[in-house]
Ligand binder design. Structure first.
Ligand SMILES: NC(=O)c1ccc[n+]([C@@H]2O[C@H](COP(=O)([O-])OP(=O)(O)OC[C@H]3O[C@@H](n4cnc5c(N)ncnc54)[C@H](OP(=O)(O)O)[C@@H]3O)[C@@H](O)[C@H]2O)c1
Length: 320
């Protein structure tokens, strides 16, 4: 979230639209990965930034590094209690993941993912609301994930929390529009950070990820922070209620199917052509519903009940 302590700039000059001077931001989880890149991007645009994390020595090290880069105490932390009213602005970045099948989650693990990914963002947004409102022009940015749109392997709980974030993003955009508070989310695919280091150290899985990503590479944290900064800038003043994917194109592959209400299981070796969906039906898989015509020009009514980006996986998974 970010709020403006200067005058409204929606109709200002280009210089006014592309600056965060006079603004103060709170970025949760700013010491590593995407959060760190967001802190640095926002300061680069002139905002004062407060950040937080759990590891005090890591935070101190970051603050030292940042002091060398920016003088004047542009960045500080940690922020432990936003309810004290010292800060009103934040990018809800903190998140975590436990990769395992849903049925194997302990109540504690479920609670960790839920509280970190959803409840923290909910409470911080709620606590910050009076300050955001008082600013007269504010922006909330949540960090979702591609998992909030489509089913990914061993990501049921993570995906559920991010889907919840997506819905909160849209509801707050409507609920807080009267206060001129915008609410948007960014939804990354694989970004090179400590969170995904372990899973991507598995070489064959990494090849799968490249294979599935149209741009054939992982994302950089700065590619996420650039969008977050844009959503904080007055330049994006008419954008609210959006969840924007930063994903090297993966969402473009599945989005038409998801729009139709499909549960999509992404799998390796994927070269999805929507025509495949029709061929799957021909091969005996269940394809029912509506509006296939718009995509394939072949059928009036359908919904793919189940599909995979990998035909071979699909064929094993759900024969009719
Ligand atoms: N990297 C990806 O591929 C990817 C993909 C999709 C979505 N995302 C989302 O992007 C966001 C950032 O991910 P990342 O990859 O940058 O993660 P990361 O490298 O693990 O960094 C997480 C940051 O959050 C802090 N943090 C974690 N839990 C916290 C807590 N309970 N309280 C306070 N601070 C906490 C960490 O510091 P401490 O550990 O010291 O607290 C660290 O500064 C998350 O919401 C994640 O779900 C990431």
């Amino acid at each position: 979230m970010i709020h403006n302590t200067s005058s409204s700039s929606t109709s200002g000059t280009r210089d006014n639209r592309w600056t965060l001077h006079g603004k103060t931001a709170l970025v949760t989880g700013g010491t590593r990965g995407i959060g760190r890149a967001v802190v640095e991007e926002l300061v680069g645009f002139g905002a004062r930034v407060h950040t937080c994390c759990r590891n005090g020595s890591e935070l101190d090290k970051c603050l030292e590094d940042w002091d060398d880069l920016w003088s004047g105490g542009m960045i500080s932390g940690p922020v432990c209690d936003v309810s004290v009213g010292a800060y009103g602005d934040c990018v809800n970045n903190v998140g975590t993941n436990i990769r395992k099948p849903m049925v194997e989650f302990t109540p504690e693990e479920f609670s960790t993912v839920l509280t970190t990914n959803f409840e923290s963002a909910f409470h911080i947004s709620q606590l910050a609301y009076p300050l955001l409102k008082a600013s007269g022009e504010a922006s909330v940015v949540f960090t979702s994930s591609v998992s909030g749109f489509v089913s990914l392997k061993s990501m049921s709980v993570h995906g559920a929390t991010k889907g919840t974030i997506n819905q909160l993003t849209k509801n707050l955009a409507c609920e807080w529009a009267k206060d001129n508070i915008r609410s948007n989310a960014v939804a990354p695919w694989y970004i090179k950070t400590s969170m995904v280091e372990q899973v991507l150290s598995n070489k064959s899985y990494l090849v799968e990820v490249y294979d599935r990503t149209p741009l054939r590479r992982l994302g950089e944290a700065t590619e996420v922070s650039a969008l977050v900064a844009f959503l904080c800038l007055p330049a994006s003043s008419y954008i609210t209620g959006q969840i924007i994917c930063i994903d090297g194109g993966i969402h473009a592959i599945v989005i038409e199917l998801v729009r139709l209400g499909v549960t999509v299981y992404t799998q390796p070796g994927a070269n999805l052509s929507l025509k495949n969906a029709y061929s799957w039906e021909k091969k005996g898989f269940k394809v029912t519903g509506w509006n296939m015509n718009a995509i394939l020009g072949t059928k009036e009514n359908f919904t793919l009940e189940f599909c995979s980006l990998s035909y071979s996986h699909f064929s094993k998974a759900r024969p009719r």
